[in-house]
Design a protein around this ligand. Structure first.
Ligand SMILES: NC(=O)c1ccc[n+]([C@@H]2O[C@H](COP(=O)([O-])OP(=O)(O)OC[C@H]3O[C@@H](n4cnc5c(N)ncnc54)[C@H](O)[C@@H]3O)[C@@H](O)[C@H]2O)c1
Length: 404
């Protein structure tokens, strides 16, 4: 018997469809995004909706989805295209794939460190213009040089491991306590890292603290001729300051993948003060854009959808209180989403105790607006299903689902 219909848009990787079908869901995979009016029609009756970055999940779409759709999957990194607060209020969690493309970014950075060290970008540009510059001037091996990683998270750590295998010394700086990988060393303060590194690569998130994190003052603290790489977020580096530091020779080269303002689409023009500067590699925010990352995203998000739809697991959701419980034999599981107001647990437990049902396990997680309760009851399927009906009738209930 089908576990329900899942609608996947925007040519999501076919592995996601296969994974969901293997769990008994009926999957409709469309190649394009749908405009709001069409999506409102199409989403009705589905149990889940998967999108990438072009589909807008607006309040209207959420209103149409309510009642049948239990979860939204963003098969990408960002979730700006989804009205997250509305989805949460409707009791629908959103899952994305924040780390599936991290290896792709790490590999690109490694390649760029070598490119900057050998000035390969300039040589390549010259050759395409018919200019032959056979010279060792300004060309170095990376072996024995020091790489400074700012932000030692999923991407930063992988770069640390890969760079060491090329014989680089690796130092890092992070605001959180991070276990060093291999022989990587914590530099402690940003200033200390900037003073020591031959290459500085940025892998921090976009926050108030990281906005304009690398400007004129920081660039002047770097070793003369050191290179800067940024594939994190465009707001982290002050581009005019970087351009000036390259022109003055303070900075020997840069690889930049992200910009404060980026073209909306491939037909829009790109402009930057960094254009045409020597030993500067510019790429159009493609650090994470590989086929392998697309496959990984397909697996990561379909996996999250399956865990939520079958077990009620919300761990990893970008928008929902996080709860999960291991599966136990001989129980039935109910998932209950409610407005976060006093007394809900009392009302739910009253319904359970009035039915003489035995609770085997319960997990409650809340955020300021909603509460999410997972409850395992001793084996009595009919009684458990009846309890769900009673929970639905509570004024504070957003949704109550009999999972198994
Ligand atoms: N160019 C691309 O295509 C691409 C692809 C994927 C990710 N990214 C970006 O790369 C960045 C890193 O991604 P990730 O997956 O490694 O993230 P992550 O969350 O795993 O790691 C970020 C690290 O930065 C640290 N940090 C936060 N604020 C800091 C600060 N002020 N100073 C020092 N360290 C700080 C955090 O503690 C964390 O360890 C993000 O900005 C992400 O958006 C870009």
């Amino acid at each position: 018997m089908s576990q329900g219909r899942i609608l996947l848009l925007e040519n999501i990787h076919v592995d996601a469809k296969k994974n969901l079908e293997a769990e008994g869901f009926e999957v409709e995979l469309l190649t394009k995004a749908l405009p709001e009016a069409e999506l409102v029609q199409k989403v009705r009756g589905a149990v889940a909706l998967g999108i990438r970055s072009k589909t807008q999940i607006t309040k209207k779409v959420i209103d149409a989805a309510k009642g049948s759709v239990r979860v939204f999957g963003a098969f990408c990194i960002g979730t700006n295209q989804i009205a997250l607060d509305e989805a949460t209020k409707a009791g629908i969690p959103v899952f994305n794939a924040p780390f599936s493309n991290t290896r792709s970014v790490a590999e690109m950075i490694l390649a760029e460190i070598v490119m900057l060290s050998r000035r390969l970008g300039d040589r390549n540009r010259e050759m395409h213009r018919g200019v032959w510059t056979k010279s060792a001037v300004g060309s170095n091996e990376v072996r024995g040089k020091t790489l400074g990683i700012v932000g030692y998270g999923h991407i930063g750590r992988q770069i640390g491991v890969l760079a060491e295998s090329m014989g680089m010394h690796v130092i890092f700086q992070d605001i959180a306590a991070r276990l060093p990988m291999g022989n990587n060393r914590n530099a402690g303060k940003l200033d200390a890292l900037l003073a020591e590194a031959d290459f500085v690569t940025l892998h921090v998130p976009e926050t108030r603290e990281t906005k304009d994190m690398i400007g004129e003052a920081e660039l002047s603290k770097m070793k003369k001729g050191a290179c800067l790489l940024n594939a994190s977020r465009g707001t982290v580096v002050v581009i005019p300051a970087l351009a000036a530091a390259i022109k003055s020779g303070q900075i020997g080269g840069a690889a930049v993948d992200v910009f404060p303002v980026e073209p909306e689409g491939n037909t829009d023009p790109f402009l930057s003060e960094l254009m045409e500067l020597p030993n500067v590699i510019l790429t159009p925010h493609i650090g994470g854009s590989t086929s392998e990352a697309q496959v990984a995203i397909g697996h990561e998000v379909s996996g999250s959808l399956i865990k939520f739809l079958t077990d009620g697991t919300t761990t990893g959701s970008v928008s929902f209180p996080q709860a999960e419980m291991p599966r136990r034999p001989g129980v039935h599981r109910i998932a209950h989403v409610h407005r976060n107001v006093p007394g809900v647990l009392r009302d739910v437990n009253r319904i359970v105790s009035e039915a003489d049902a035995n609770v085997v396990a319960q997990v409650l997680a809340t955020d300021p607006s909603i509460g999410y309760l997972l409850m395992d009851l001793e084996d009595d399927q009919k009684a458990s299903a009846a309890l769900v009906e009673k929970m639905r009738a509570l004024e504070t209930t957003i949704s109550a689902t009999f999972l198994y």
